[in-house]
Design a binder for this molecule. Structure first.
Ligand code: F6P
Length: 319
């Protein structure tokens, strides 16, 4: 194999740039020609491909977003789109591709590998929703962004003695909410993995107030949603002024944390090593601080194990 390429796909995540840098520099060190594909699979179909040198990735390790841009491509989901993509890859002499993204992007990588392109996936998503890896690139930064917001909301909530609902991202995975809830000392965490009872929540709010709590922070995962309706209900039942803040895309931006930069660098380097070994259709991740890799199909079929221990800690410490 002589030429490899890298692309970012799906929602951007802080640390994607650090991963691109690691792929490019490890690739060059191993004697590959390295190409960058712009705008994910959509750019691949359109041939938006350029050569990347050592200095094309200088000064990006600290930057959020992705210098390669990203997209969600409907055309690539069709067979005709994928045939176009493979033809483009062949035209550019690319035989190995590193895809940085989430589960949808990995499915695309798996399809390309079936069509003869060696593909390796890196987990780039703030959601931390990939069961095969303990952490995804971008999760730690998003978590710290949420934590910063919670700290600020706590100040204003305490001053006004209000309830504050903070809705956070994560699709159907409650990790951002759960981790931020523990780190931010939230009173309640509402996540898709656990049933929640609004009456119990209201009772908890009132009991907190009776014990002298000045504020009440509720972290609500977008997978449950309904921040405004919940705010209305809490106000009606408890009589306590309540505000809802939906953090939205602010969680996806910002300079990556040290943890995300290091994770991205380690996983990016491993992706190139796997391509060098002629491996394909694999995804790289981390388990217990060890870099690991699995067959894509196997990784996507793994069931997420919900972290009951963390959930219990969140509940015990919130009283
Ligand atoms: O997967 C990352 C993510 O930010 C999710 O947490 C969120 O549900 C979704 O992407 C938002 O997507 P978009 O940027 O297309 O609105």
């Amino acid at each position: 194999m002589k030429t490899i390429a890298v692309l970012t796909s799906g929602g951007d995540a802080p640390g994607m740039n650090a991963a691109i840098r690691a792929v490019v520099r490890t690739g060059l060190e191993k004697g590959f020609k390295v190409m960058g594909v712009q705008r994910g699979y959509s750019g691949l179909i359109n041939g938006e491909i350029f050569e990347m040198g050592r200095y094309s990735v200088a000064d990006i390790i600290q930057r959020g977003g992705t210098i390669l841009r990203t997209a969600r491509s409907e055309e690539f989901k069709t067979e005709a789109g994928r045939i176009k993509a493979v033809n483009i890859l062949k035209a550019f002499g690319i035989d190995g591709l590193v895809v940085i993204g989430g589960d949808g992007s990995f499915k695309g990588a798996r399809e390309l590998s079936k069509m003869g392109i060696n593909t390796i996936g890196l987990p780039g998503t703030i959601d931390n929703d990939l069961a095969y890896t303990d952490y995804t690139i971008g999760f730690d930064t998003a978590l710290n962004t949420v934590l910063d917001a919670i700290n600020k909301l706590r100040d204003t909530s305490s001053s006004h003695e209000r309830v504050s609902i903070v809705e956070v991202m994560g699709r159907n995975c409650g990790d951002i909410a759960l981790f931020a809830g523990i780190a931010g000392g939230a009173e309640s965490v509402i996540i898709p993995e656990k049933e929640f009872d609004v009456n119990l929540l209201c009772r908890k709010v009132l009991e907190g107030k009776n014990r002298g709590k000045l504020h009440n922070l509720i972290i609500l995962s977008e997978g449950v949603g309904g921040a405004q309706a919940l705010k209305k209900k809490i106000q009606e039942v408890t009589g306590i002024e309540t505000r809802a803040t939906v953090l939205g895309h602010i969680q996806r931006g910002g300079s990556p944390t040290a943890a995300d930069r290091i994770l991205a660098s380690r996983l990016g380097a491993r992706a190139v090593e796997l391509l060098e070994q002629g491996k394909s259709s694999r995804v790289v991740g981390v388990r217990g601080n060890e870099v690991v890799d699995f067959e894509i199909e196997e990784a996507l079929a793994m069931e997420s194990k919900f972290n009951e221990e963390l959930y219990n800690i969140a509940n015990i410490l919130s009283y």
